[in-house]
Design a protein around this ligand. Structure first.
Ligand code: NAI
Ligand code: MG
Length: 504
């Protein structure tokens, strides 16, 4: 049934998922399972087979066999066709995938279906790239006598470890480019949100991708995740998550010196000058901060506002924050759903207390919404701290929730200094009508992405990644090919007779 777009079952209730290894859905070797719960009402949305070291080992072996047996030898055009089929299937199931994602992690439907569409576009982008990956002719210092060229070859088996905040798009970023470059993949999705990665496995099977080329082993970080990071049969790990975990992954990678790329956290500065249209600036700041309930690594969580408009900005930003429709994410009108887990809710609550203790002024939210229908979910109000100084913990540490810190600055110099004064460097943004100033600051900000008068713009063709503790390597865009292939230099002697240096 390759290529058919079967609708997914999205009815409420508990689903069952198995591991996907070597083209088959199987139970874990231990027989263990874990539950994934809805952050809206804590109901069990899925019972999932729990993978561990032995299952990771099975998956890596299957991936290696598929890589050597079929995948690495397949014509790039054939790989492209399969990736295009996957794109079509994802697109046809986008609203179902969005629905499942929302059930699992609580992002509003508007966002999760949009991300599913972006996942389809990402597969399409990499399908196009599959036929354009090649080496170069390297100029020889003695042209005519020697010819040098490079072969660009797949790495082999790529391990992906993904977080819970955008499960399908994260699984896509780890998978589509790796497959396009000719690698086989073993994916370990986040334990909080395994559903859409396993739906992606179904899509891979439906698209007719050879068995073993793509494997999904849901499970926990210290067990399944660590087993993948350590595995000697894995050539590369692409990781997204916390920098503390990222460091562990690097340490675990050293046994076989596998390569690692890291997309880690952020505390991104959103710099707002006094020449902006206030309404517009506020709208962009809301979008940068509250999208996905603030659970985005590149969220604009440090709002740096020029002193001349500081009070007016805070007042309007708070007014607009209070109006945000927080509610059941399955309701299409909802703009902000719950946080992903109780643990995440507690973390946000802890930071709200820290902010108050540090002397920041809580001007909006700070607690859970009062609506009784939200009482059993992990909901948190849009929350704003004013009079924040950049040394405070709430200005320095990634909260990963709907909490903004508004910081005052006087001039361009100070804005850049505060903007860069943080351990992270994932994203940054500037709002101003002054074109020269915007580009001047873009150059000075230490961040992998700079948004000028916009936020959250990410496309499959543009590199995304961090400076400093936000990680290294880039995802998306053609530069990613370098992270997923290796180069081989070939030398040819064109002379009829080899120079005989050892002739006596
Ligand atoms: P995490 O970094 O612990 O988890 C990310 C992934 O790594 C998950 O698949 C997890 O199972 C895996 N993992 C965990 N421990 C591992 C280990 N020892 N070896 C191998 N893999 C391991 O992030 P977590 O706990 O889900 O979230 C904690 C905080 O991290 C959040 O509050 C947030 O601040 C930040 N975060 C940042 C993200 C980003 O995109 N930058 C995404 C998710 C979380
Ligand atoms: Mg869940």
């Amino acid at each position: 049934m390759a290529g058919t777009a079967q609708p997914l079952d999205t009815t409420p209730g508990t689903r069952r998922y198995q591991l996907f290894i070597d083209g088959k859905f199987v139970d874990s070797r231990s027989g263990k399972t874990f539950e994934s719960i809805s952050p809206h009402d804590q109901s069990v949305v899925a019972v999932v087979a729990e993978g561990d070291k032995a299952d990771i080992d099975d998956a890596v072996k299957a991936a290696r066999a598929a890589y050597e047996g079929t995948w690495s030898g397949m014509l790039p055009g054939e790989r492209a066709k399969l990736l295009l089929r996957m794109a079509d299937l994802i697109e046809a199931r986008a609203s179902d995938l969005g629905q499942l994602e929302t059930l699992d992690m609580g992002g509003p439907l508007m966002l999760t279906t949009g991300m599913a569409t972006m996942a389809a576009e990402t597969f399409r982008y990499w399908a196009g790239m599959a036929t354009k990956i090649h080496g170069l002719t390297s100029p020889s210092m003695s042209p005519g006598e020697f010819l040098g060229y490079t072969l660009r070859e797949p790495l082999g088996v790529v391990g992906g470890i993904t977080p819970w905040n955008g499960p399908l798009i994260m699984a896509t970023w780890k998978t589509a480019p790796a497959l396009a470059c000719g690698n086989a993949v073993v994916l370990k999705p986040a334990e909080h949100t395994p559903m859409t990665a396993l739906e992606l496995a179904r899509i891979v099977a439906d698209a007719g991708v050879p068995e073993g080329v793509f494997n999904v082993v849901p499970g926990f970080g210290p067990t399944a995740g660590a087993a993948l990071a350590q595995h000697p049969g894995v050539d590369k790990i692409a990781f997204t998550g916390e920098y503390v975990t990222g460091r562990l992954v690097v340490q675990m990678s050293t046994a076989n010196l596998k390569t690692v790329t890291l997309e880690l956290g952020g505390k991104s500065p959103h710099i707002i000058f006094d020449d902006v249209d206030l309404e517009n600036a506020v709208a962009n700041a809301l979008f940068g901060l509250y999208t996905n309930t603030g659970q985005i690594c590149s969220a604009g969580t440090r709002l740096l506002v020029q002193d001349t408009i500081y009070d007016r900005f805070v007042e309007r930003f708070v007014e607009r924050s209070r109006q945000i429709k927080v509610g059941n994410p399955l309701d299409f009108a909802t703009r902000m759903g719950p946080l992903v887990s109780e643990e995440q809710l507690r973390k946000v609550q802890r930071y709200v207390e820290i902010g108050k203790r540090e002397g920041a002024k809580l001007v909006c939210g700070g607690g859970q919404p009062a609506a009784p229908e939200l009482a059993s979910g992990f909901y948190h109000e849009p929350t704003v701290f004013a009079d924040v100084t950049n040394q405070m913990q709430i200005a320095q540490e990634e909260i990963f929730g709907p909490v903004g810190s508004v910081i005052r600055f006087h001039d361009e110099e100070e804005a850049v200094r505060i903007g860069n004064d943080v351990i992270y460097g994932l994203a940054a943004g500037v709002q101003t009508r002054d074109l020269k100033r915007a580009h001047r600051i873009a150059k000075r900000l230490q961040a992998g992405t700079v948004w000028l008068n916009t936020w959250h713009k990410i496309e499959p063709n543009s590199p995304f990644g961090g400076y400093k503790l936000s990680g290294y390597g880039r995802e998306n865009g053609p530069t990613m090919i370098e992270h997923l292939t290796r180069l081989k230099q070939v030398w040819v002697d064109l002379n009829e007779f080899t120079m005989d240096l050892f002739a006596m």
